[in-house]
Design a protein around this ligand. Structure first.
Ligand code: OVP
Length: 403
């Protein structure tokens, strides 16, 4: 007699190139195998792909902790590749203290103060894209639009100088690869990162941050005694780690979704108030951060299945966001869907602290686009930039037909 539910085992490597290129068949296999499964290539790990369990794990931060790392590496067994983030890779009470500071700096109220600048930059960029599209017949949705926009507005808001911003791309690629296994992708970004880490830390120093920007505001919180002065540069590092590669790919994926769904784009063009919901639905449909891990702090259960202490729990956010148990016709990109409850920005106490800024970027870019561009034509095959965590495009050839 054995009434303990058994955990399904699947011989699936989520980091195999074929699964990074097209994760959706893999998502379905993991979701349909059970609420929690083992993946044989990674001993000691369990994976959740259904919305209910992903949501439950993310919302039980006491059982499923972040301080042992939110990637595949268990920091209880192996040292972190860089000093741990004071917010991402932290639990309460440390997390509570640092989160309060970043949360205030990135609050919806703070976002009203950057809206005008973010809007003006979006309009100028779409004008440049339209002009190039008209002149050359094709633009690249990533290199001409999705990449330059966050690389301009976010470091401006943080208060970084103009030089060397491309270092943020190299660093972001490295951080998000480091959350997966030590595969070829990680080796390649580690080889590129070299002097970039020192550049990043140098630009976390107060002297290199414009007074009044998001970065300087962290130091003001240290002046006020809310955090220590030693913690301040590490929290600026979180801005520089999490604020650029994420939104670049969120915008890139939204542009991809709209380019491949001309009827949805036509609705957006006809009604600019759909820009924000169209961006939100793109986050659900093609989740920028595909995966995050937690670590079981003690022997526990997921959906009644025993999970031993110190087990790494892989949360497949992109799979949860297409779980048919949660979403009708989950494969459809539908800008009239109101996808509340999606987990593309996480959920619970670690839910994206920059989400108001991310949504602002999505809204103003899609608004400026839809205002000026009547139709988007796909001009050829897109290519992907494979990353262990991010769903990222490398190229997206498009033509913009002016309104
Ligand atoms: C998506 C994130 C990602 C990478 C780094 C950090 C946060 C950090 O806090 O350093 S959240």
């Amino acid at each position: 007699m054995n009434d303990t539910p058994q955990i399904p085992e699947l011989d699936i490597d989520p980091y195999a190139a074929e699964n990074l290129i097209d994760p959706y068949a893999m998502h379905e296999r993991i979701r349909e195998a059970g609420p929690v499964v083992r993946l044989t290539p990674y001993a000691g790990l369990v994976a959740c792909a259904r919305h209910e369990q992903v949501h439950a794990v993310l919302n039980d931060h006491a059982t499923f902790i972040s301080s042992a790392g939110v990637g595949l590496t268990n920091f209880n067994l192996e040292p972190p590749f860089r000093p741990k983030s004071l917010i991402l890779e932290a639990d309460p009470p440390l997390h509570t203290q640092t989160r309060a500071v970043l949360s205030r700096i990135l609050s919806p109220k703070a976002v009203t103060q950057i809206r005008a600048a973010f809007t003006a930059e979006a309009e100028a960029l779409i004008d440049r894209c339209l002009e190039k599209s008209t002149r050359e017949g094709v633009i690249d949705g990533i290199h001409d639009l999705a990449q330059p926009y966050p690389l301009k507005v976010f470091p401006d808001a943080v208060g970084l100088g103009n030089d060397g911003r491309e270092n943020l791309l190299v660093y972001g690629d490295m951080i998000f690869n480091s959350m997966g296994p030590r595969n070829e992708l990680l080796a390649r970004s580690a080889a590129r990162v070299g002097p970039v880490t020192a550049w990043i830390m140098e630009h976390c120093q107060r002297a290199n941050l414009r007074p009044g920007g998001f970065g300087d505001q962290i130091y003001q919180a240290a002046d006020a005694g809310e955090i220590s002065h030693e913690q301040a540069p590490m929290l600026v590092r979180s801005f520089l780690s999490a604020g650029v590669d994420t939104t670049i790919n969120g915008l890139g994926n939204a542009l991809f979704a709209l380019a491949h769904h001309p009827a949805e784009y036509a609705k957006l063009h006809a009604d600019l108030t759909l820009a924000r919901p169209a961006f939100e639905e793109a986050l659900r449909w093609e989740s920028t951060a595909q995966t995050f891990f937690r670590t079981a702090a003690r022997n526990c259960t997921i959906a009644g299945i025993a999970v031993p202490e110190n087990t790494k729990v892989l949360c497949l956010l992109g799979a949860a966001n297409r779980d048919p148990r949660k979403w009708p016709e989950p494969e459809r990109y539908d800008i009239h869907r109101r996808p509340s409850g999606h987990v593309a920005l996480g959920s619970g106490i670690h839910g994206c602290v920059g989400q108001a800024v991310a949504r602002l970027e999505g809204e103003v870019v899609l608004t400026a686009l839809a205002k000026r561009v009547q139709r988007i034509e796909v001009m050829g095959a897109h290519t992907r930039r494979l990353n262990n965590t991010l769903r990222a495009l490398d190229t997206l050839p498009l033509r913009f037909i002016p309104a």
